[in-house]
Design a protein around this ligand. Structure first.
Ligand code: FES
Ligand SMILES: [Fe+2]
Length: 459
């Protein structure tokens, strides 16, 4: 554990001593995309954050009023609503929306509230020919126009435009359906840049949701999201993965206001294990045992003399993921078939890049500053010429169900993250200093996120 105790130098551009992710990329058996090689780190200051940002109902209310209506929110995947008449109920931050697939294939989003006396028009997703309110049967067409008012004679004052369901903006990218409540503002492409450019080679539009679980966590939505923004916590929270995880070798990039990326290399031991005798086969064995995302349980792979676990895992995954996807991934770098390429788009959308079946996170306040609905999906390729698997619905975990029961080994890692979070929320409330301190580099994505949030709250 020598590395853990070694003080880094005092300058703000300090990095973990030893190997960097870019040195691994230099040694990759394939060419690593230039956009991953670029250093897009920035020092954004070292000031503490106030715990009020996570615990105060007033702060939460500001987010609801000033931030959420103005951002593009990931609301659904296209495979959730492929047919005309398919409807997805999407709720967040005090709003409820009906996403409706139109006869021409487009998607529109309407506020899911009856304009009579305010009942939610629907509480579940499904396929419909109209939106009929279950209370008094006011009815709308799926394009949001008014269809029928029972006892029409009693409502001569209600007609035409003022009875159309209010609509939100909708835009699609990569099989993801986004909505924005307020009019105007950046286009989705502007908001997501440069993410669509990076993801072009990983083809999210050719994938579907093949696993999906959600659970309500007793912590602020930002605290939950931030548990997935850095690899610094591996040393204490996930010690079992250190044998194959270059946690403090991770690279952190910030793009514009909305997008950032953490690249955590796998297939190498943590720098924290410097001095521990760990051969390449031991690295591979730990990788196979504790990284359920990459290989089926009980798989064994021998690392030949003179080769590294990372190289061998690269070969194995290129072949395996290629077979799973029915595609040739021979061009895929070792990095893109095993590292964690964790992107975040402000405020709550986090897709992993790469050629593997990829992870996707989303976090929503549920419904207040002290609770979050966290969701984890796996997006997998659909093989050409074969029908994709049917839509997998979200499995909502009860308080006493763990993530491992839904997502296997990956879930057991998430369970470790979740173990911290209620104590983070309670600790922030109990804090005497009311301050949180961040590492300059490894926690730069958290600072980036808060600075963008402030831009919304201040305007
Ligand atoms: S509240 Fe919807 S019809 Fe009355
Ligand atoms: Fe974690």
């Amino acid at each position: 554990m020598a590395e853990n105790d070694r003080p880094c130098s005092g300058d703000q551009s300090a990095r973990c001593p030893g190997r960097t992710w870019d040195e691994l990329a230099d040694a990759d058996s394939r060419t690593v995309p230039v956009f991953l090689r670029r250093d897009a780190s920035r020092h954004l200051g070292s000031a503490p954050l106030s715990t009020d940002r996570y615990t105060s109902p007033e702060f939460f209310q500001q987010e609801v009023e000033r931030m959420w209506p103005r951002v593009w929110q990931f609301a659904a995947r296209e495979e959730e609503m492929p047919q005309p008449g398919d409807v997805v109920v999407y709720e967040n931050a005090g709003r409820s929306f009906l996403l409706a697939r139109q006869p021409d294939g487009s998607v529109r989003a309407f506020h899911n509230v009856c304009l009579h006396r305010g009942r939610k028009l629907r509480t579940t997703s499904g396929n419909v020919s109209e939106f009929k309110c279950p209370y008094h049967a006011f009815t709308w067409n799926t394009d949001g126009t008014l269809k029928n008012i029972p006892c029409r004679w009693d409502f001569p004052h209600l007609e035409g435009e003022k009875m159309e369901l209010p609509e939100a903006q909708v835009a699609l990218w990569g099989g993801f359906i986004f909505i924005k409540e307020d009019a105007g503002g950046p286009t989705l492409q502007e908001f997501l840049a440069p993410l669509p450019e990076h993801f072009e080679r990983w083809q999210p539009e050719q994938r579907v949701t093949t696993a999906w679980a959600g659970k309500v966590v007793a912590a602020n939505w930002k605290a939950v999201a931030e548990a997935f923004m850095e690899a610094f916590h591996v040393i204490a929270t996930h010690p079992q993965i250190m044998a194959f995880t270059g946690d403090s070798n991770s690279k952190y990039n910030l793009y514009g206001d909305n997008v950032n990326l953490a690249i955590t290399p796998f297939g190498i031991p943590s720098p924290h294990l410097e001095g521990v005798d760990l051969d390449q086969q031991a690295v591979m064995d730990a990788f196979l045992k504790y990284n359920g995302r990459v290989v089926p349980q009980n798989t064994t792979i021998t690392v030949p003399e003179g080769r590294s676990a990372r190289e061998v895992m690269g070969d194995f995954n290129r072949k395996r993921f290629g077979e799973l996807a029915g595609r040739d991934f021979d061009h895929a770098s070792d990095a893109e078939v095993q590292d964690a390429l964790t992107y975040n788009v402000f405020p709550n959308f986090s897709p992993w890049g790469g050629f593997s079946p990829t992870v996707l996170y989303r976090w929503r306040p549920w419904p207040d500053q002290d609770h979050t609905l966290m969701e984890v999906r796996i997006l997998s390729f659909v093989r050409d010429g074969e029908p994709g698997p049917g839509m997998v619905p979200m499995r909502m975990l009860d308080a006493d169900e763990n993530w491992a029961s839904a997502l296997g080994v990956l879930g057991s890692v998430i369970d470790q993250d979740m173990g911290n979070l209620p104590h983070v929320q309670a600790g922030m409330k109990a804090s005497k200093t009311k301050k949180l301190q961040l590492g300059n580099y490894q926690e730069s994505r958290i600072r980036h996120f808060h600075q963008t949030l402030d831009k919304y709250l201040e305007t």
